[in-house]
Design a protein around this ligand. Structure first.
Ligand code: DGJ
Length: 304
């Protein structure tokens, strides 16, 4: 059992380094990918050098085994922006059935966040190694916080903060998930949201986002829409429990399903000591069309 809001340890007692991440299931195993922030903060800053993207595996999520760096900054191709001094955040991975490849997308940036692009990498196995095949600004638009979302019809989307974070953009991916196909839609125009996490339930799409206050917590909001590229409507703060106005001191990163339940992953950033940033995994419910994220002290929740 893990204490929400705290730093979590892997099966040998080492701090889990998988920030801004995602959890996917493949062949009966769970894989957690995230930023390895295991270095000290650069003196006087709120950043750490890029080490790579970690992968942890688990058969039940009661313990996590470190599988190493699925993407190692040391293996970056020549000319790549994936370098220790840059920014590589919020990795998300999807399995593509047609190609049999695991495809990772991540936010790629310069230290002052002015490049605002993505990197795409592929692997034959869930634990990597992932090979970088593309670095770009999707559809020539800026892209900062991002996630991937697989729709019910199998199409995959890059959902990213754009227009200097003012607007969220949904950019459709090619069939092999390794590129954008040129079609995109805008959502929550001028609402200045980031940290998007999406889910679908009973004919509706839901998107949880945070405000843009750097590493500091703020109020989460959820939006809903009948169509992925329709008119998204901001509804309310979905959080319930102490500190609900500051997302329990966390920030959204991904939504996944396990055993018929839906969960939201949060990061609890420690800007002055990023490697100690904690995690939460909290249940998400939709009742009478209202989405709620309830605080729980542990993951998995203790039976009441
Ligand atoms: C908020 C984002 O959600 C994080 O991923 C990170 O980019 C910080 N901003 C940097 O300030």
């Amino acid at each position: 059992m893990f204490e929400n809001g705290k730093m979590w340890a892997d099966d040998v007692g080492k701090p889990i380094q998988a920030h801004g991440g995602c959890i996917i299931q493949h062949d009966g195993m769970w894989y957690w990918y995230g930023e390895h922030k295991g270095a000290k903060n650069c003196p006087g800053t709120t950043r750490v050098d890029v080490i790579g993207i970690s992968c942890y595996s688990s058969k039940d999520m009661n313990s996590w085994r470190y599988e190493g760096l699925a993407l190692d900054v040391k293996d970056s191709p020549k000319g790549s922006l994936i370098q220790p001094e840059n920014v590589c955040e919020r990795p998300k991975v999807l399995y593509n059935k047609k190609t049999g490849k695991f495809v990772m997308w991540m936010h790629l940036d310069t230290p002052n966040y002015t490049y605002a692009g993505v990197a795409v990498a592929v692997a034959d196995r869930p634990i990597g190694p992932f090979t970088v095949i593309r670095e770009m600004q999707p559809n020539r638009t800026d892209s900062r916080d991002m996630t991937l979302f697989k729709d019910v019809d199998g199409t995959a989307w890059l959902v990213h903060s754009s227009d200097w974070n003012k607007t969220l953009r949904l950019s459709r991916l090619t069939e092999d998930f390794t590129d954008v196909d040129g079609f995109y839609a805008s959502a929550l125009t001028d609402q200045t949201r980031e940290a998007p996490a999406l889910m679908y339930r009973d004919g509706k799409y839901y998107m949880i986002t945070s405000g843009c206050t750097g590493w500091q917590p703020n109020s989460a909001l959820y939006a809903e829409c009948d169509h992925l590229c329709g008119q998204w409507k901001l509804i309310d703060n979905p959080c319930e429990g102490d500190n609900y106005r500051r997302t329990f001191e966390g920030q959204s990163t991904y939504i996944f399903e396990k055993d018929g339940k839906t969960y939201l992953m949060l990061d609890h950033w420690k800007p002055k000591n990023l490697k100690n940033s904690g995690y939460s995994i909290l249940p998400v419910t939709v009742e009478n069309g209202i989405l709620t994220v309830k605080w729980q002290a542990t993951f998995p929740e203790q039976a009441s």
